[in-house]
Design a binder for this molecule. Structure first.
Ligand code: 4NP
Length: 169
């Protein structure tokens, strides 16, 4: 089975993308795919470099059994396009910033995270909304969306891995 790498990107890398990083990693581990799928997260903004995730994200995630405490904010760089196969943006602003950075030779997937959601209830949303300046409800919604889109993304990646293994790639 081929190995793949996934990078989640938001603005500050302290709320949405570290939550996606921890949730997706936990699902990957639960399916015993940890040696096949590498996971990381980064931000397009540099205000929180080296900082742990926002306490509200950490607490909301911890209530559902996800541990964000070891993660630290870092900037997304053009080198990430060489290293990662899937670069997953939380919102359309993150996506536009990434599209500007994208080298022409990047052959992976650069997509909005909610493109992988399976649930009808999120069909009104195209993006994981920035919870930073809002209330507690925003953090719960972000986590709900991330749990759902993580399952969809993992199924998508597994289907691609199977296809490329069958093609001998
Ligand atoms: P995130 O949330 O992009 O989900 O990490 C934000 C965190 C910090 C800021 C904005 C969004 N900020 O402006 O500092």
């Amino acid at each position: 089975m081929s190995t793949v790498s996934v990078l989640f990107v938001c603005l500050g890398n302290i709320c949405r993308s570290p939550t996606a990083h921890a949730v997706f990693q936990q699902i990957v581990n639960a399916q015993e795919l940890g040696s096949k799928i590498q996971v990381d997260s980064a931000g397009t903004g540099d205000w929180h470099l080296g900082h742990a995730p926002d306490a509200r994200s950490t607490a909301t995630a911890a209530e559902r059994g996800y541990d964000l405490s070891d993660l630290r904010s870092r900037l997304v760089t053009s080198a990430d396009f060489t290293q990662f196969d899937y670069i997953i943006a939380m919102d359309t602003s993150n996506l536009s910033n990434l599209q500007v950075m994208r080298p022409s030779e990047f052959s992976g997937e650069l997509e909005l995270f909610l493109n992988y959601t399976a649930k009808e209830r999120y069909s009104d949303y195209t993006e994981v909304p920035d919870p930073y300046l809002g209330g507690a409800d925003g953090f719960e919604l972000v986590l709900d969306m991330i749990e759902d889109a993580s399952l969809g993304l993992l199924n998508h990646i597994k289907a691609h891995i199977q296809q490329s293994d069958m093609a001998g790639g």
